[in-house]
Design a protein around this ligand. Sequence first.
Ligand code: ADP
Length: 625
Amino acid sequence: MAEKKAKTTKSKAAQPKADQAVPMEAAVSSQEPTAVKKTTAKKAGTPKKKAPAKKDEPAVKKAAPKKKTPVKKSQPAPATEEAKAEEIFLPQEVNSPEQQPLPAAEESPAAVQETAPAAEEINPVPAVPEQPKEEIPMYDTPRRSVAFIGSECHPFVKTGGLGDVMYALPRELVKQNCDVRVILPRYACIPQQYQDRMVYRGEFYMDLGFTGRSYYVGIMEYIWDGVVYDFIDNQEFFTEGRPYVNLVDDIPKYCFFSKAALAALNYMNWIPDIIHCHDWQAALVPVFQKTLFKDSPVGRAKSVLTIHNLRFQGIYNIPTIRYWTGLPDEVFQMGALKQGYEDANMLKGGLAYADRITTVRGTYAWELQTPEYGHKLEEHLQYHSYKLRGIVNGIDYDMWNPATDFNLAVNYDITNVLDRKWQNKMALQSELGLVQDGGKFVIGLISRLTNQKGLDLVNAIVPQVMDGNTQVVVLGTGDKVYEDTFRYYENAYKGMFSACIQYDEGRAHRIYAGADALLVPSRFEPCGLTQLNAMHYGTLPIVRETGGLKDTVEPYNTANGAGNGFTFDRYDAGLLLDAINRAKTEYFLNRYHWDEVVQRDMDKDVSWQNSARQYKDLYLELTQW
Ligand code: ADP
């Protein structure tokens, strides 16, 4: 451990100062990679941490067994290859660096229009992950190697659903016979417990665009559950306490990251069959790959770009992006990065250069090709529709499992949810200072507080929802206007309304378990994970019928009792109120049917298994040789 720490420090210290440009030829070999054996990295991890056992119940090891029929109330209660970096391939710059002027670092109009996602605080102390005890099942499809490249991944850094997907999908792909390596920025905000477990993997220097400098690229590695996580280390770009700051900082950061990720694959001599990149922050990866890296080993890999949220595209003026990338002129054409008169759109470029595009919208992937949901990229997506595929997200059953979740007051599964869920409700009420009453109808809302999430609808109807028998719990951070309004309501409805303006993973789990219903009234929702988490915890979703919410929540039918939750279609506060009132009617007057839906939702398959298989099929389709 002492040795590892020393290396960590050394790697930081090795970064060049701003004015110390290291020549390219010398730079790449400035430090031979330190061969770090996989076993070393494993050993470096601290021993598994056990979830605290509940006093009155046996520890539950696995996910609740799947039941085919809902239980009625009357039932009993309650590898990687070791890198030998013999040759290092880094791309050639297309133009001479010196000649390019440094664009002013002002915000372009595009930067003003498009703000980065609300920068929620990072979960301060996430639980230390456990190593699984069970055997990893192997499926009988051919083996493929995949490099995931993205800007966040639970439990290291997460601001929303992307972090969940980057965590869960690689783990599921490992079970489906894939060799997966996840490449992430080594942000300073990654909790120390994970920083301590990272093992130094190597370092090199890379030139970047027309900056005329060589930049330090360190690789820190952490192996967990069969997935290799490689963190790109650079103190100039990744020192902020949060991943997303503003476009002025974020554009250079992710230009650097996308190029460094490819250079790191070459450096480690680990050339995957597929490079799977995510959202605008990694969208330049296919562009770099097919231009500056096309003659290097990593240029051989096929690329998949997944759009998690089309709203954020990484748009900035062309001179700035040209300066930070050094990409050739041809990529700044209308068919690729260029947008409007003088802007470059990183996501648009990625869509043009990727071999396949996926969205997380399932059967509604076509919606992205319409002006309503296309965020001005609809025509570009129509042009590339032949390579567009919709694969809906799932949730990780190890991370989201009420039977084993150590965050909960009481664990439960489908057989005892009706007896135990209210205990979680009482514990939640006590934790949040709400009136403790298992009979109250508790509505949860767990969300980034931005206008995407339909919060103006919620704000408009809170007074009508607060009828004395209903409590509301909000967990989220984001736009001040929403934070302040929810704080106001907390004050106005003391003991009945709780506004938790924070990012707290454990509390989120307790709200899923303790609430009766979860609100997701989004203006648009590419996929949405909160409704899936809620259903898996026996909490009925109340959602607007849009995007992935429409894919995953079947409206409750009072005539035959079918469905998973309560829905409304138009973006209208009155319709949201109506959906909440329909839910209350079932809860207070028709509890038997409500309970049936609770059990049906817990029984619904929202796992990653199906979705991961579809990704695997896509990889196989791309790599038939
Ligand atoms: P988005 O990616 O648009 O933010 P998703 O529904 O896809 O929305 O994913 C949100 C994820 O982030 C869920 O896992 C949810 O539980 C989690 N989350 C959102 N806000 C918070 C918060 N304040 N505290 C803890 N977890 C949160």
